[in-house]
Design a protein around this ligand. Structure first.
Ligand code: AMP
Ligand code: MN
Ligand code: MN
Ligand code: MN
Length: 272
């Protein structure tokens, strides 16, 4: 059985429409799916009422832990919760303001003002750094998205603006208050020492976090085993997701549920 509890549509920085994503998930024989766009749940308004797989609501909230940006996935959230809707609106305003700040900072670094290009490329979606990467690619400033992140947008670079995100504990509170489960996304993506990673996981758990991604996209067996042990240590449930954004070079949709180590309690066990 395949599941996927982390993936994106063009409502944020993915390329497929929500319906195309659902279709692709079915092609890949995924039986349990959560769409987790950045700071928006609008994809759920664009889906058929009775999809041919089990669909769980989801979102990926941008937050801060100290000076570091972290992503908190919310699963099984109530889309009609008024406070949650207001909080996501705040995030969207923050994204628009951040886009302006990123554009200004890049101009100071000698790049052209990319804001209008970015807005055109985003075409109403939640603006993110990948849209800036696309604009740089379009203007020939870089040869690929990876280079755009390496030189201008990645951690510590001019375009890495994140000051307006809520603290991780707030993002967890929003998710829990809307009836959802907070999941620490891709714990290996953060470029920190293992000691600091443990501190992050410990703070996440103390703030009401319930699960952690043990499998995120493609990773080694050793990484999966290490994350499974951390789950056990901090009494967290395990989640798995591809973090699919586009067919290439991102991971394909769908993770074999039995790839999740048996020492873990799956976050999805009551959903399937
Ligand atoms: P943002 O939501 O604006 O903070 O941008 C973060 C998004 O940028 C992530 O969700 C990824 O989709 C993308 N991203 C992050 N790092 C890279 C990278 N090195 N190369 C390509 N895309 C990246
Ligand atoms: Mn993304
Ligand atoms: Mn993420
Ligand atoms: Mn993601």
């Amino acid at each position: 059985m395949k599941i996927d509890l982390h993936c994106h549509t063009r409502v944020s920085d993915g390329v497929l429409t929500p319906s195309e994503l659902l279709e692709r998930a079915l092609e890949q024989q995924v039986s349990l799916l959560a769409i987790t766009d950045h700071d928006t749940v609008d994809a759920y308004q664009q889906l058929p009422e009775t999809p041919a797989l089990t669909l769980i609501t989801g979102v990926e909230i941008s937050a801060q832990w100290g000076s570091m940006g972290v992503h908190i996935v919310g699963l099984n959230v109530d889309l009609n919760n008024a406070s949650f809707q207001t909080q996501l609106k705040q995030q969207q305003v923050a994204r628009e303001q951040r886009a302006e700040a990123i554009a200004e900072r890049l101009v100071k670094k000698g790049l052209p003002n990319l804001l209008e290009d970015v807005k055109r490329l985003a075409d109403g979606s939640q603006i993110g750094r990948p849209h800036f990467a696309e604009a740089m690619l379009e203007r020939g400033i870089v040869n690929n998205q990876q280079a755009a992140f390496k030189r201008h947008l990645g951690a510590g670079k001019a375009g890495d603006v994140k000051a307006q995100w809520p603290h991780m504990s707030e993002a967890i509170e929003w998710i829990v208050a809307s009836g959802g489960i907070a999941v620490l996304a891709h714990p290996l993506h953060y470029k920190i020492t293992q000691t600091k990673r443990r501190a992050l996981i410990s703070d996440f758990k103390a703030a009401g976090g319930e699960a952690m991604e043990v499998i995120s996209g493609s990773q080694s067996q050793a990484e999966t085993t290490m994350l499974a042990k951390l789950c056990e240590t901090y009494s967290l449930k395990a989640s798995c997701g591809s973090d699919f954004h586009r067919p290439n070079p991102w991971s394909e949709l769908g993770i074999e549920a039995n790839a999740c180590p048996s020492i873990c309690e799956p976050v999805w066990q009551n959903w399937i």
